[in-house]
Design a protein around this ligand. Structure first.
Ligand code: SAM
Length: 284
């Protein structure tokens, strides 16, 4: 299979479709983590920025506002539906941003094209992360910056772990392979430092950042629980795990996850843990 083919097919198939359907929900839930990486990236007026794995473009628009009309932002992503949405959303905004439907690990841009490489959860999906980041590094100007957000370990991220734990006795689950492409591929900080170092980056630093991940909202605890429950079944690991299960198993899973969510409902909503690394580095 060609490099990154599995991810390209997933993000152009059911995973991409789910991200497209629930994009507003996901943008809201991941905004704080992206903002932490944005602050570390410190985009400046007039800069050229690449937003890696830009999805439907929310962070590309924020970057474009920061660099202003004298700057330029390119959002790159392999997902046709998400890039389509990004282009559509961008039309009315009049920002200095363009979107490129392509695999970011390929030699797409001239050397020294960008001042800054940024990503919100879009860099953990490469089959060969060293080769991908080495290619991306070449597109940076000398001394150019890299800043991205990636998830820490599954055990520290209850948006992932809580619903799965609730159905441990109902559906068989494989352990997460944190070396394989996927949301937790950069959860091991030593792996990130090694990958970026071998790809030729300098001054690699990882800073922990945590923020609550709001699963459910609503006027009452019951309403919040039902809101959270419906989302658990729409995006994330449970949606994938239960897709091929019988109606009976799905019903048992619903009861178990509803109980686990109801237990943590507060006046403010249903918030679970979200833990990330904000990684920064420089090109030599
Ligand atoms: C978790 S989503 C994050 C999307 C977006 N950054 C956001 O925060 O809304 C990961 C994104 O990475 C993209 N992606 C995965 N592999 C890629 C690759 N090799 N090149 C470019 N984009 C890729 C996916 O299509 C998807 O849009």
């Amino acid at each position: 299979m060609e490099t990154n083919q599995q991810q390209i097919s997933d993000w152009n198939g059911p995973v991409g479709e789910r991200w497209l359907t629930y994009n507003d929900w996901l943008d809201e839930r991941t905004a704080a983590y992206g903002q932490a990486a944005f602050l570390a990236a410190a985009p400046q007026a007039g800069e050229a920025v690449l937003d890696i794995g830009c999805g439907a473009g929310a962070t590309s628009f924020e970057l474009a506002r920061a660099v202003g009309s004298g700057g330029r932002v390119v959002g790159v992503d392999v997902s046709e539906p998400l890039v389509g949405r990004a282009r559509e959303r961008g039309k009315a905004l009049g920002l200095p941003v363009e979107f490129c439907l392509a695999d970011a690990s390929r030699p797409l841009f001239a050397p020294h094209s960008f001042d800054l490489l940024y990503s919100r959860f879009g860099v953990m999906f490469f089959d060969d992360p060293v080769a991908a980041f080495a290619e991306l590094r070449k597109t940076l100007k000398p001394g150019g910056r890299l800043a991205f957000a990636c998830w820490r370990a599954p055990a520290e991220n209850d948006w992932y772990g809580l619903p799965l734990r609730a159905i441990r006795c109902i559906v068989e689950q494989d352990a997460v392979d944190t070396d394989a492409p996927g949301p937790f591929a950069f959860s091991d900080p030593q792996r990130v430092v090694r990958v970026l170092g071998e790809a030729g980056f300098e001054a690699v630093e990882l800073r922990p950042f945590e923020a609550p991940f709001y699963y459910g909202r609503g006027e009452t605890r019951e309403a919040m629980t039902e809101d959270a429950l419906s989302q658990v079944f729409r995006v994330g690991p449970v949606a994938r795990l239960l897709a091929a299960q019988s109606e009976q198993v799905r019903e048992r899973a619903t009861v178990a996850i509803r109980a686990a969510l109801a237990e943590i409902a507060t006046e403010q909503g249903i918030a679970v843990g979200g833990a990330t690394w904000v990684a920064t580095a420089r090109a030599p």
